[in-house]
Design a protein around this ligand. Structure first.
Ligand SMILES: CC(C)(COP(=O)(O)OP(=O)(O)OC[C@H]1O[C@@H](n2cnc3c(N)ncnc32)[C@H](O)[C@@H]1OP(=O)(O)O)[C@@H](O)C(=O)NCCC(=O)NCCS
Length: 189
C-alpha cells in the first residue's frame, strides 16, 4: 500500500497518516486527556483504562500502521492547515475482504476545534481517498443521541438508512445503544 497517498490537503485542514513517533503519541495523548468528557460519551477508546498513557497512543499508531499496510484500516490525524496543530482524527475502516470495497468512516475533534466545519472538510478528503481506492459504499454510524455527529453526516450529504437497534455495546454504561446508519455511494461522492 505504498502507492496510496499519506497526506491530503484541504483549505482549512490537512489529514495525514498517523505518524508512528513518540512526539506524536505525546501530542495525541495530551489532547485525549484534556477531552475525555467530550469524547467519552460516544467513543469507548477514550476510557481511561483503554488510553491510559502516551505509550498506548504509540501502540495504537503502530497497529494502525500494520492495518494500513494490509489495506484494512486507514487512520489519519487532522491538522490545522499551515500548522502542526493536531485537531483530531478520522479513519476509513474496510468492511469484509478486499473485493468488497465498502467501508465505514469514524471521526473525532478536540472540543475547541468544533464549530469550524473542519470535520466536513476531513470527510470530503477521506471520501476522495476512498473513491480513488475504488470504494463503492461509505457508512457513517453514530449513537442516536449524538446530535453533532448526526448533523455532520447530514451536512456531508449522507443518506439516513435507519436505526440499527442495539447496534453498539456501550462499555462504560454496560448497555446496548441504538445506532443511526448513514451512507453515501460512489456516484454520490
Ligand atoms: C462529532 C464532531 C466531530 C462534530 O464536530 P463539528 O463538525 O465541529 O460539529 P459542530 O460543533 O459544528 O456541530 C454540528 C451541529 O450540531 C449542532 N450541535 C452541537 N451540539 C449540539 C447539541 N448539544 N444539541 C443540539 N445540536 C448540537 C451544532 O449547532 C451544529 O449544527 P448546524 O450544523 O446546524 O450548525 C465533534 O462534536 C466530536 O468530535 N465529538 C466527540 C466525538 C464524536 O462524537 N465522534 C463521532 C462519533 S460517531
Amino acid at each position: 500500500m505504498s502507492d496510496i497517498p499519506t497526506k491530503l490537503e484541504g483549505a482549512k485542514i490537512y489529514i495525514q497518516k498517523l505518524p508512528v513517533t513518540f512526539e506524536f503519541a505525546h501530542q495525541l495523548f495530551g489532547i485525549v486527556e484534556n477531552n475525555r468528557n467530550h469524547i467519552l460519551p460516544w467513543l469507548d477508546w477514550a476510557l481511561p483504562e483503554m488510553t491510559a498513557k502516551a505509550e498506548d497512543e504509540y501502540n495504537f499508531a503502530l497497529f494502525a500502521d500494520e492495518d494500513w499496510a494490509a489495506g484494512k484500516r486507514f487512520e489519519f490525524a487532522i491538522f490545522k492547515q499551515g500548522t502542526k496543530e493536531l485537531l483530531g482524527g478520522i479513519c476509513l475502516i474496510r468492511y469484509g475482504n478486499k473485493r468488497d470495497k465498502k467501508g465505514e468512516i469514524g471521526y473525532w475533534l478536540k472540543k475547541e476545534a468544533t464549530g469550524n466545519g473542519y470535520m466536513q472538510e476531513a470527510i470530503s478528503l477521506i471520501e476522495k481517498f476512498a473513491y480513488d481506492l475504488g470504494y463503492e459504499r461509505l457508512v457513517i454510524r453514530n449513537d442516536v443521541d449524538n446530535i453533532p455527529s448526526k448533523r455532520v453526516a447530514e451536512k456531508s450529504g449522507y443518506t439516513f438508512e435507519g436505526i440499527e437497534r442495539h447496534g453498539h455495546y456501550d462499555r462504560k454504561n454496560d448497555k446496548f445503544v441504538d445506532i443511526n446508519v448513514f451512507s453515501k455511494l460512489r456516484d454520490e461522492i
